[in-house]
Design a protein around this ligand. Structure first.
Ligand SMILES: NC(=O)c1ccc[n+]([C@@H]2O[C@H](COP(=O)([O-])OP(=O)(O)OC[C@H]3O[C@@H](n4cnc5c(N)ncnc54)[C@H](O)[C@@H]3O)[C@@H](O)[C@H]2O)c1
Length: 343
C-alpha cells in the first residue's frame, strides 16, 4: 500500500480536507503537499497537522525540475491543484490553461517516467449541463438524465474546458505511456476551508459581515452538493481499489437549486428568507449538474456518509462563524471584485 503520497493543491479547499482525512484515517501514510499557495491556497489549512506526517513544499506543478525531484521519491500522486473558480476563468483564462492543462501534463509525464500511481481529481462540469428536471421526460431519473462516465464531454467555461483537457491528457498518458492512473469527476463540494469567493461560504460570510447575500439571476441553477469528507473517502477508495484507466463519478444525490441553498442558509442563520439581493447572472451559467455515482458504489462499494445537507450546512456555518480570523481579512477585496462585476 502507499506510504508516501504527494497531494498537489493540498493547501486549498478540497485538497486540505483530503490531507486531514488521510492523517486521521491512514496512520502509515506520509503526505507531501505540493502547493503554490496562490490566493486560493492557505498554509493555515494544514495547521495543527503533525510534521512527521505532513510536509508542505511551496512550489508550482508546472516546475518540471521540482516535480521530477518529488515524484521519484513518491508512491502516488493525488492531483487536486488547479485554478478552480469559474468566474475568474471568465475574466482571465490564462492561468487556467497554464495550471490545469500544462501543470497536469508535467505531473503525468513525471509519474509515467517513474511509474508512480496517479489519481486525477476532476469535476462533473466537464460534461456541460443538464436540463432542469421538470423539462425532462423522466424528471431527472430517466436514462441519460444524469451524468455518467461515458457521456460526451461538453464543457461551457474556460475552467471546465481546461479540466476536460486535463482529463483527456491523463487518458492519453494511460494508453500511450502506461501511466497507472484513475480519474474522478466530482460534483460541487461544501465544507470547511472553502475560499469565500465560492457560493456557500460567500453567503455565510456575507451574513456574518452584515452584507446582504447575493443570488445570481433567479437562482434556478441546480448543483449536486456533496460534503467534502465524502469526496475524500471516495478518492481514497479509488486510489487504493480503483481500476487503472477508469473514470469514476463521485456524487451524493444532493441536488438543490441555488435559491433553495441560500434560503436554507438564511433560515439556519436566523434571517428572513427574502433577505438577499438578486445580481447579474454568470454568462453561460450551467443550468443543472447531477451525478450518477452507481459505478463507484457498485464496483468499489463506496457510500457517502454526510448525506443530511441541513446538518452539513449547519456545521459549515459553525465553522465559518468560529474561524473569522481565517477569512475576515479577505472579505472586503473579494466583495469589491464581485461588485466591480455587478455581482
Ligand atoms: N470546489 C468544487 O466544488 C470542486 C468540485 C469538483 C472538482 N473540483 C476539483 O478539485 C480540485 C480542488 O478544488 P478546490 O475547490 O479545492 O480548489 P481551490 O482553488 O480551493 O484550491 C486549489 C489549490 O491549488 C493550488 N494551486 C493552484 N495553482 C497551482 C500550481 N500551479 N501549482 C501548485 N499549486 C497550485 C492553490 O494554491 C490551492 O491551494 C480542483 O482540481 C477542482 O477542479 C472542485
Amino acid at each position: 500500500m502507499f506510504k508516501n503520497i504527494i497531494v498537489t493543491g493540498g493547501a486549498g479547499f478540497i485538497g486540505s480536507n483530503f490531507v486531514h482525512y488521510v492523517v486521521k484515517n491512514h496512520p502509515d501514510v506520509f503526505v507531501t503537499v505540493l502547493d503554490k499557495l496562490t490566493y486560493a491556497g492557505n498554509k493555515e489549512n494544514l495547521a495543527g497537522l503533525p510534521s512527521d506526517r505532513v510536509k508542505l513544499v511551496v512550489g508550482d506543478i508546472c516546475d518540471k525540475e521540482l516535480v521530477d525531484e518529488l515524484v521519484q521519491k513518491a508512491d502516488a500522486v493525488v492531483h487536486y491543484a488547479a485554478e478552480s473558480h469559474n468566474d475568474n476563468s471568465l475574466l482571465n483564462p490564462e492561468p487556467f490553461i497554464q495550471t490545469n492543462i500544462v501543470g497536469t501534463s508535467v505531473l503525468i509525464s513525471a509519474c509515467a517516467k517513474y511509474d508512480v500511481r496517479f489519481h486525477h481529481i476532476s469535476t462533473d462540469e466537464v460534461y456541460g449541463d443538464l436540463p432542469l428536471r421538470d423539462d425532462l421526460p423522466g424528471h431527472g431519473e430517466g436514462p441519460g438524465e444524469k451524468f455518467t462516465p461515458d457521456m460526451r464531454y461538453n464543457p461551457s467555461s474556460p475552467y471546465s474546458s481546461s479540466k476536460a483537457s486535463s482529463d483527456l491528457l491523463v487518458r492519453a498518458w494511460v494508453r500511450s505511456f502506461g501511466l497507472r492512473a484513475t480519474i474522478s469527476n466530482c460534483s460541487n463540494n461544501y465544507g470547511p476551508y472553502q475560499h469565500i469567493e465560492k457560493f456557500i461560504p460567500r453567503q455565510i460570510t456575507n451574513i456574518l459581515s452584515g452584507i446582504r447575500p447575493k443570488l445570481y439571476g433567479t437562482g434556478k441553477n441546480v448543483r449536486d452538493w456533496i460534503h467534502t469528507n465524502d469526496h475524500s473517502s471516495a478518492v481514497w477508495k479509488i486510489l487504493t481499489e480503483g481500476k487503472i484507466g477508469e473514470t469514476y463519478l463521485i456524487g451524493a444525490d444532493g441536488e438543490k437549486n441555488n435559491k433553495e441553498v441560500l434560503e436554507l442558509i438564511l433560515k439556519l442563520m436566523g434571517q428572513p428568507s427574502d433577505a438577499y439581493d438578486q445580481v447579474r447572472d454568470r454568462p453561460g451559467h450551467d443550468l443543472r449538474y447531477a451525478i450518477d455515482s452507481s459505478k463507484l458504489r457498485n464496483e468499489l462499494g463506496w457510500e457517502p456518509r454526510y448525506t443530511n445537507f441541513e446538518e452539513g450546512l449547519q456545521s459549515t456555518i459553525d465553522w465559518y462563524t468560529n474561524h473569522r480570523d481565517w477569512w475576515e481579512a479577505q472579505k472586503t477585496a473579494v466583495e469589491a471584485k464581485y461588485a466591480k462585476n455587478g455581482q
